[in-house]
Design a binder for this molecule. Structure first.
Ligand SMILES: NC(=O)C1=CN([C@@H]2O[C@H](COP(=O)(O)OP(=O)(O)OC[C@H]3O[C@@H](n4cnc5c(N)ncnc54)[C@H](O)[C@@H]3O)[C@@H](O)[C@H]2O)C=CC1
Ligand SMILES: O=C(O)C1=N[C@H](C(=O)O)C[C@H](O)C1
Length: 254
């Protein structure tokens, strides 16, 4: 039985993860953490407002779906206390990820930071990396609900990082292009562009659009319901307890 603490359990993703854990006989919900929780327990599971109090309960895996401002501290806290982090929260810097991987190696604690847990999203990222070998001109459009705090999405950044591994660098667009409205061309990453759409009614969607002479290639993934992420979270929980290093990206555990 793997004992799981869910950090951010009152949120959209955290509450979905609670249901997933409760429905898996191989997982046990050991604790719940959220500073905005007022209840002291939920169905016999202790609720905490401060992460230090989580140490009073035996836990194997720390699932984190919180906010960008606390994800690094939460992940570091889990690793330091030999709780395997499975982190979906986005907004990490490259330096933070590098530091957390080094910490996991020193503590010999497995973990996962995954900007996206949906298998279809992972496939789009892998396909985009392959396509970038042939199509250096690419723009990413990520579309999310209008309660999302960070932009671009962690998925878009991870997609751009993977594309960078195989793409021949070029600064896209007209050399003399002018933005009559600042930001019109979107965010720039390694010469490519990333655009963030925020609208009510959306959940999580991404298009990766490649352009070339006389042709185009569009890759698209849609998450219509947050249940689309739960298969990956479940897989991550069961995998991290058997590794001794933190990995960045669910593709490393598939
Ligand atoms: N990797 C993936 O597949 C996915 C990642 N995400 C990411 O997960 C994060 C959460 O997304 P949502 O659930 O939509 O946000 P949300 O705003 O619905 O939930 C965040 C929760 O974290 C809680 N929280 C804030 N500070 C905290 C702290 N210090 N400790 C514990 N809990 C704390 C809030 O009270 C809230 O309940 C975002 O960064 C989002 O980008 C979202 C969907 C999928
Ligand atoms: O905030 C969200 O909802 C999501 N965030 C993640 C990201 O920033 O990539 C994953 C998914 O797109 C949903």
């Amino acid at each position: 039985m793997i004992k799981v603490i869910i950090s951010g359990f009152k949120g959209r993703m955290g509450s979905t993860a609670v249901e997933m854990v409760n429905n898996d006989p191989k997982l046990e919900l050991a604790a719940l953490l959220d500073p905005f929780a007022t209840e002291k327990e939920v169905a016999g599971v202790p609720v905490f407002n401060d992460k230090a109090d989580v140490l009073s309960v035996a836990t194997d895996v720390w699932v984190d779906f919180t906010i960008p401002d606390v994800a690094y501290d939460n992940t570091k806290f889990a690793l330091e206390n030999k709780i395997c982090p499975v982190v979906g929260t986005t907004g990490f810097t490259e330096a933070q990820i590098t530091e957390l991987i080094a910490l996991s190696k020193s503590k010999k604690v497995g973990g996962l930071i995954a900007p996206n847990f949906a298998i279809g999203a992972i496939l789009v990222m892998e396909f985009a990396k392959k396509a970038a070998q042939y199509f250096p001109d690419v723009e990413i459009i990520e579309l999310h609900h209008d309660n999302k705090k960070d932009a671009p999405s962690g998925t878009a950044i991870k997609t751009a990082e993977l594309i960078k591994e195989t793409r021949t660098y070029k600064k896209q667009g007209a050399a003399d292009e002018v933005e009559s409205i600042p930001g019109a061309r979107g965010a720039e990453f390694d010469g490519m562009r990333i655009h963030s759409v925020r609208l009510p009614g959306l959940v999580a969607h991404q298009e990766v659009i490649f352009g070339a002479k006389g042709e185009g290639l569009t890759l698209r993934h849609d998450s219509y319901d947050r249940v689309s992420f739960m298969g990956g979270v479940n897989l991550g929980i069961k995998k991290v307890v058997n590794i001794d290093t933190l990995v960045y990206g669910l593709e490393h555990l598939l």
